[in-house]
Unconditional design. Structure first.
Length: 83
């Protein structure tokens, strides 16, 4: 059986685009609105996934998320937020 090479390349390119569209890196900085300084130790989690991270000493974070994921942001003494 002979395969059409352009067809196979098209399938592989399509699969890689689907995979790329499913996940991306979300990064940012959590700031205290009163002091405008970064908050260390803030928890950022993906709702329902059991995946998350915490901010570093400057309030920075990075997390792999999919389109449509809801981020849960929480910190002791502050109201939690869903984004």
């Amino acid at each position: 059986m002979k395969f059409d090479r352009s067809f196979l390349i098209g399938i592989f390119m399509g699969l890689s685009l689907i995979t790329f569209a499913q996940s991306r890196t979300i990064s940012g900085t959590i700031l205290d609105s009163e002091t405008n300084s970064g908050l260390p130790g803030v928890t950022i989690a993906i709702k329902g996934a059991g995946t998350g991270t915490q901010t570093d000493e400057l309030g920075n974070f990075s997390l792999q998320a999919s389109s449509g994921d809801v981020l849960l942001i929480s910190f002791i003494g502050f109201a939690s937020q869903e984004i």
